[in-house]
Write a protein that binds this ligand. Structure first.
Ligand SMILES: [Zn+2]
Length: 1132
């Protein structure tokens, strides 16, 4: 096992590839020395133990399974179809097998040896959005704070009109459905609902001009009357459609490395009271103050914490840092020397100390996220992180670092909760530390890192273990002079196919080891053969189909106009692998309300033709030829169509929509074209029109907080789950852009996107002028982003552990194969592992994640990520090699998913309990003896309490009264495929004081608490979904002039959505920072200016997650005390 060896990286393929072209690499090394020289045909095979058989032909590998099995979902579930290699008894559950291997109808080893592995091109289209990635992580948060929309912004009373609307037009061709639609159920209460999807819609009513058409008897005349489209594509008002796609972030910021080295991890700076004192007084210290947020029950059980303050114990607390203007509170004094040289491992947090004069626990005395982030940045950003050392914990996601792949996958692809896992299930159970990996298989890398190389073994396909089907990787041990290899996962010995033979050097390594990515790197790709394709047929390039809701709300909000205008430009930026070439992705267009309108945009037509399908009960595709087209061929017709759509529906009175039939139509179109693809749905309302998948308004706020709350997150019916299965089988990925003005049942509408690897975007109270920028940036990124189609992911592990649970946006028809109709560069799949046997400290544990997918050019590929971790028999080793950010990512996904079946309170209690057990186990088994009154946290996990509290307080688990059910469902789905960097900023936003923005560095962040804000300052808060610019009431005039162009606080317009472009260095730098933050996130963050003491400040304060929340969430200080109490109970 060469895992620990660092292969010299002098390989010929060592340079990052600039373009996407795929230069095939020159033949490696020339000859194949020795008796096995250039094989051009079968050679003797080396059968294990058996007489030398004539295993001819390449992959002696797999038995033949038709790929079609995969489609049926039962791929590889059975025991590995082994053949001759069955000599060894299978030690592992039959878990593993490849996605499929079709019949091996190869006639012989592929002759062209010098295989080419061109640098992996793809996956990196458009601008490189990863530039500067991982910079300071800002946390990413979701939308969801609780707050009510400012009173002045009343949501449109949309239901009012929908209630009366008769069918707005009759259609020409298909008489079918013609019956007037029944009036929509009076269900939708029109009252302004506090939906919240972000910032409240400015001060005006969402649709200025909107009010539903006045008292309406709707004219029954239809805006259009039939198939032939009007031929006057009047130019729409020209929106700016300059191809500005997500420009690469200009600023590659580097963070100041200036933070004082955390030599002796200071967790706590307060005076250390005598332990006994701490012990005796602990319970009440923290919470003399009303530690229990009054209004709602909080998770914190009553207890000692509620004792009244001890007289005399508390006095004023340390002066706040207001006025410090950005100065972080000083580094905290060190303490608790590291017990393990070289690692700052154990830190003890002296219990909340009752210094005689303290009124409450000093926030500066408890672990500071900022300090941890800064320390990691100072220590780990200067040197590249090399992956050659097994079990090495990577830098935090907030640290800007470079990665060198030396045999394990980069942390940008795989992050683990622990890098030294317990040898036994008992130990694992005792510690309660989750064993999981957050995998982002197609992650984009920063420009200075090499993308995974492409390995092409020609017709022979990838080399694999005979038994478990693991792919060739650095963990395979070559033996018998290189003629066979032993699998690192299952130990089975497999013959090396003749064409792959190579001699070993004196250390037992193949002499070509460093020249082959699959022998020396953690991540690489194989070109898959036809055996890995559905029905043994090479795939067609994918198609994109755009479905635009043209009902009343959609048109009035401006959405239809914006989408049509933007698509004209965007179609030039469809994904492609070679930037020089045209995209091969074909496109199609449909508009709909309660009927669907398909468009024939064949290049030979002078004008597009519309085909209306009004019988939505059994959706079919009314045309084949001319529906899916190549953009360049049909450009004129498409542009004409996109010009005409907004006009055709400008006067629509139709308020009802369908949804299920829309997806069905896309699915039918892809089936007919025999390709995979993505559907883009731009949708505005609850689909109440009579049709399959029709929904009713079931929002019931009374259920919130009850045991029945979970039903709000479950889909209304099984219709969409069934539809998802069909979509996945076809490789039909669905992305949903929602523009709701009221409840739309995100929990149900999101089922298909979430099951197909798609995304949901939500723009509540969409207003063209306010939200256009955010929507268009999201759309541009979504259309252009590198992605794979019709994917299947399998995670193999070495003996002793196995993948048992998966989280993310995908579908599983068996227990091992993660099926993704689409998998883009932003999506993660989180995998939980459990023991099924004892592990060995000597060999560690291995994991291999293989994703089979179709690229945007239609090539079938396999991306492989390998990861090796250590195993330990001492719990202390586990606690020294954990990654808290990843643990929080896992816990939050676990908790959010649990909401489907478990009462929210139970979910919260379980989380608290598990974390308390983790910390109690550490205290009991690893910490040096000390007073029970001291709270002692493992160094690696000292932020577990603060981050856990953020998860518990999130809108999903503890919503404020103004957080809608849709918002919660949306955030729940959003989190399920977040990577660690995104979940970090989502739960713990990044708060930057805007001082001295000079040079390339960023100011050091401050903790998320109101007391860290200075009235004289201006702060930028990044939540991952939003950016807030908080302006203190006494902000310096010069600062205001530099940013806003006015020195007067009162003249700042809180409704601005972008900062004025002023010609001064401060303004330029601030806008650069904002741009670079945006470029690091998968969704565009809208900027909101919040003036101190304005109403909107409530929203902003919601993200100050160390403070008590308006919805009853505990402050960090209070929660830490609560955790301490829990831990003590467990220990006693
Ligand atoms: Zn194996």
């Amino acid at each position: 096992m060469n895992v620990n060896q660092q292969p010299p990286m002098a390989s010929p393929y060592g340079q990052p590839q600039p373009g996407y072209s795929q230069p095939s690499y020159a033949p490696l090394g020339g000859g194949y020395p020795g008796p096995y020289g250039p094989y051009s045909g079968p050679a003797t095979a080396y059968q294990p133990g058996a007489p030398q058989g004539s295993a001819r032909g390449p992959p002696p590998v797999s038995t033949n399974q038709a790929y079609s099995q995969y489609a049926q979902g039962d791929i590889q579930n059975g025991p590995p179809p082994m053949d001759h290699s069955m000599a060894q008894p299978a030690q592992r559950p039959p878990v593993c097998q490849p996605y499929s291997h079709g019949a091996m109808n190869l006639s012989g080893p592929h002759p062209s040896y010098p295989q080419q592995y061109g640098v992996q091109p793809s996956m990196q289209q458009m601008t490189n959005q990863m530039s500067g990635m991982q910079v300071g992580s800002g946390p990413l948060t979701s939308a969801g704070p609780g707050y009510a929309p400012p009173p002045s912004s009343e949501p449109p009373i949309s239901a009012a009109y929908s209630a009366a609307a008769p069918p707005s037009y009759t259609q020409a061709p298909h008489p079918v459905s013609g019956a007037p639609s029944q009036p929509p159920p009076p269900s939708e209460p029109a009252a302004p609902q506090p939906y919240y999807d972000g910032p409240p819609p400015s001060q005006q009513p969402p649709f200025p001009s909107s009010a539903p058409p006045p008292s309406q008897p709707f004219p029954s005349s239809s805006p259009y009357s039939g198939p032939p489209l009007p031929a006057n594509p009047g130019p729409l008002q020209s929106l700016d459609n300059s191809p500005s796609h997500l420009a690469p972030s200009p600023a590659q910021q580097t963070f100041p490395n200036s933070a004082p080295p955390p030599v002796s991890q200071a967790l706590y700076s307060g005076p250390l009271p005598p332990p006994d004192l701490a012990l005796s007084h602990l319970p009440c210290i923290p919470c003399p103050v009303p530690c229990r947020p009054a209004p709602r029950p909080t998770p914190l059980p009553p207890g000692p914490m509620q004792q009244p303050p001890q007289p005399g114990m508390h006095g004023g607390y340390p002066t706040q840092q207001n006025g410090a203007f950005g100065q972080p509170r000083g580094p905290q004094p060190g303490y608790a020397g590291p017990q393990y040289p070289g690692q700052q491992n154990y830190g003890a947090v002296p219990a909340p100390t009752p210094a005689p004069t303290q009124k409450r626990l000093d926030p500066d005395s408890i672990p500071s996220p900022i300090q941890v982030i800064e320390d990691d940045r100072a220590n780990k950003s200067s040197e590249p992180f090399t992956t050659g050392v097994k079990g090495q914990t990577p830098p935090l996601v907030t640290t800007n670092f470079q990665v060198k792949d030396q045999g394990n996958a980069s942390p940008r692809f795989v992050r683990c909760t622990a890098y030294n896992i317990p040898c036994t299930a008992d130990m694992a159970k005792q510690s309660q530390v989750p064993l999981a990996a957050v995998i982002k298989p197609l992650a984009m890398l920063p420009p200075d890192e090499t993308r995974p190389y492409m390995v092409d073994h020609g017709e022979a396909g990838p080399i694999r273990c005979n038994r478990c089907k693991a792919y060739m990787c650095p963990y395979m041990q070559f033996i018998e002079g290189g003629r066979r290899f032993q699998c690192g996962f299952c130990s089975c010995v497999t013959d090396v196919p003749p064409h792959y033979f190579q001699h070993l050097d004196h250390t037992g390594k193949r002499v070509d080891c460093c020249d082959r990515p699959e022998l020396s790197l953690g991540s690489y790709e194989f070109v898959a053969t036809v055996d890995y394709c559905k029905n043994n047929k090479l795939p067609q390039p994918p198609s994109f189909i755009f479905f635009i809701d043209v009902s009343y709300n959609a048109v009035k909000s401006g959405m239809v106009n914006i989408v049509c205008q933007e698509l004209k430009t965007l179609l030039d930026y469809l994904p492609r692998e070679n930037p020089e070439a045209d995209s091969v992705v074909r496109v199609g267009f449909v508009t709909y309300n309660k009927v669907l309108h398909f468009y024939n945009v064949k290049s030979s037509l002078a004008q597009p033709q519309m085909m209306v399908v009004s019988d939505v009960s059994d959706m079919f595709l009314p045309l084949l030829d001319g529906f899916l087209v190549n953009v360049n061929d049909s450009r004129m017709v498409i542009e004409s169509l996109l010009d005409q759509i907004p006009e055709m529906f400008a006067d629509t009175r139709e308020t009802e929509t369908v949804f299920g039939p829309v997806i069905q139509a896309g699915l039918e179109a892809l089936k007919a074209a025999d390709c995979a693809g993505k559907l883009f749905l731009f949708h505005s309302s609850l689909p109440i029109a009579e049709a399959p998948g029709k929904l009713k308004n079931r929002e019931d706020k009374k259920l919130v907080g009850t045991d029945k709350e979970k039903s709000l997150f479950q889909p209304q019916s099984g219709f969409y789950s069934n539809l998802s299965k069909e979509c996945v089988a076809q490789g039909c990925c669905v992305d949903l852009f929602l523009f709701p003005n009221q409840y739309v049942d995100v929990a149900t509408l999101g089922v298909v996107p979430v099951s197909t690897g798609g995304s949901v975007y939500k723009y509540t109270y969409f207003q063209a002028e306010m939200d256009r920028e955010r929507f268009l940036n999201d759309l541009r990124r979504d259309v252009q982003k590198p992605m794979g189609f019709d994917a299947v992911m399998r995670v193999r592990t070495s003996t002793g552990i196995r993948a048992t649970d998966f989280f993310g946006s995908f579908f599983m028809s068996n227990t091992t194969d993660v099926e993704l109709a689409g998998l883009d560069c932003d999506k993660t799949v989180t995998v939980e592992f459990r023991h099924d046997d004892k592990l060995s400290e000597d060999t560690g544990a291995l994991m291999q994640c293989a994703v089979l997918y179709t690229s945007c050019s239609g090539q079938r590929r396999l991306r492989v990520h390998n990861m090796a971790v250590n195993c330990c028999s001492q719990l202390a080793d586990l606690y020294r090699n954990c990654e808290t950010d990843t643990i929080i990512n896992f816990f939050s996904k676990y908790a959010y998913r649990s909401l489907l079946n478990t009462p929210t309170k139970t979910v919260r209690d379980t989380l608290v309990n598990q974390c308390a057990q983790i910390l109690a186990c550490y205290r009991k088994n690893c910490a040096s003896p000390s007073s029970a009154g001291q709270l002692i946290l493992p160094e690696c996990m000292k932020l577990l309490p603060v981050y856990l509290n953020c998860v518990l307080k999130s809108d999903v688990l503890q919503p404020g009264a103004d957080v809608s059910v849709d918002d919660r469902a949306y955030l729940r789905q959003l989190l399920s495929c977040m990577d660690v960097s995104e979940s970090h900023v989502f739960f713990y936003p990044r708060l930057l004081p805007l001082v001295k923005l000079d040079g390339g560095s960023l100011p050091m962040a401050v903790r998320n608490s109101e007391e860290r804000l200075s009235k004289g300052g201006v702060y930028l808060l990044e939540t991952g979904l939003y950016l807030f610019l908080w302006v203190g009431a006494n902000a310096q005039q010069e600062l205001l002039s530099n940013i806003f162009g006015t020195p007067t606080f009162s003249q700042i317009d809180p409704n601005m959505t972008s900062l004025p472009e002023l010609d001064n260095p401060f303004s330029q730098r601030l806008r650069e920072i904002i741009d670079s933050f945006r470029s690091q996130r998968s969704r565009y963050m809208k900027l909101m200016v919040v003036k101190q003491e304005d109403k909107a400040e409530l929203i902003f304060k919601h993200f100050l997650c160390e403070d008590k929340s308006a919805s009853g969430g505990a402050s960090y200080v209070d929660f830490l005390c609560h955790m301490h109490k829990e831990i003590r109970q467990l220990l006693s």
